[in-house]
Design a protein around this ligand. Sequence first.
Ligand SMILES: [Zn+2]
Length: 172
Amino acid sequence: MSPTGKIPQGQLPADIEPILLAEKRAHLIGVLPLKAMPRLAQAGLDSTGEAQVDLHFGHAEIGNVYEMTGRLRATVRVACQRCLEPMALTLETDVRLLLLRPGERPEGLAPEVEALVVDRPLRLSELVEDELLLAMPMIPLHPVEACAAKNFVKSATPADKPLSGLNRLKRT
Ligand SMILES: [Zn+2]
């Protein structure tokens, strides 16, 4: 908090209590530095930049439970796994998580619905980092036409590309 006691616009709390936020139908919008997300920084080339956070807390449509919905976005620098040159990779993910108190199991919950059991305040940066890591591709690649190694790419689709072809792309 700044010395004046005012929270600057877009300033996000370090820790959140999701159930309390849902009771207040809170909307968190702002940015978090990627420096606060060491696992994401490790997956990239550096930790510059920030994540855009836009999260709504409120009642879920099903059951008498709360949910967190919204969108997270961050641009990280990674190495293209084809040419190994740096590239900017935009991670964007829609979030929908039920917020359950310990022991709470709403009826009619579809198995694909993700739920978070909340029994303590959560570090917001960790929550955001978890979701962004899920959006991270296993093998980041430039679009072929923008890749420095495009001349090494055959026009085969990945499904029928033989393994021997993949091995030839590897640098020694
Ligand atoms: Zn590339």
